[in-house]
Write a protein that binds this ligand. Structure first.
Ligand SMILES: [Mg+2]
Length: 220
């Protein structure tokens, strides 16, 4: 019987905060003719504040920036389009990402991603990380029309893999969407600890680094 490991994307495989910071810095430089009346550090720090670790969609972030900094020669829509098209070139992986995925594949695990977000954008981010070929299934909430923590999206992924919940593990950073959701689907769970939350009470194991995963799987 094959076993599967499924992952959240943002904050689990993709270092979202580092990626956003790198993107915004480059965006400022590239569009400096429209933005240079705003100090670069202010543009970056305000973007990060408005962004709330990705929990606010970027239309609101750019509307906020344009209004607060009186940006007049470029629209929030153009800034948003620039983000949507170019973020993929600034995707920063967490440490040991390809090595960890390679090790799990060598051990025979089937691999999947379940991510809440927009279809094309999330697909481009996965390509940006260069990890698409490691995965047997990728489920994106906009495409699937169902979001974590709903059981349906976890069950659908397992069905596509042909794996039982009891033979699968979910790795994620969000205590509710990822850990409680996967637990509800009867999967084992690994919480990737982060500063946004103090605990994930449904987690079977806790990691700080991706390279801890292979040895934890052997203990399950
Ligand atoms: Mg996440």
């Amino acid at each position: 019987m094959r076993q599967a490991v499924l992952f959240d994307l943002d904050g689990t495989l993709l270092d979202r905060d580092a990626s956003v910071e790198q993107f915004v810095s480059v965006q400022y430089e590239r569009l400096a003719e429209h933005l240079s009346h705003v100090p670069k550090s202010d543009y970056i720090s305000r973007f990060i504040e408005l962004n709330c670790h990705g929990h606010v969609w970027k239309d609101k972030v750019y509307q906020g920036l344009v209004a607060e900094f009186s940006i007049e020669t470029i629209s929030w829509q153009t800034l948003l389009e620039d983000y949507e098209m170019r973020f993929q070139f600034h995707c920063v992986p967490f440490q040991s990402l390809p090595e960890m995925l390679t090790e799990l594949r060598q051990q025979g695990y089937l691999l999947g991603i379940i991510t809440n977000g927009r279809g094309e954008f999330q697909a481009r981010a996965i390509d940006g990380l260069g990890i698409r070929d490691y995965f047997d299934v990728v489920l994106i909430s906009e495409v699937e029309q169902v979001r974590k923590p709903e059981l349906e999206i976890f069950q659908r992924a397992l069905k596509r893999l042909g794996v039982a919940a009891s033979d699968s593990v979910f790795v994620g950073d969000h205590p509710e969407a990822d850990i409680a959701g996967a637990k509800g689907a009867m999967m084992k769970t690994i919480w990737k600890r982060n500063s946004s939350w103090t605990e994930a009470k449904d987690a079977d194991a806790i990691i700080d680094q991706l390279d801890e995963i292979p040895s934890i799987l052997k203990q399950f």
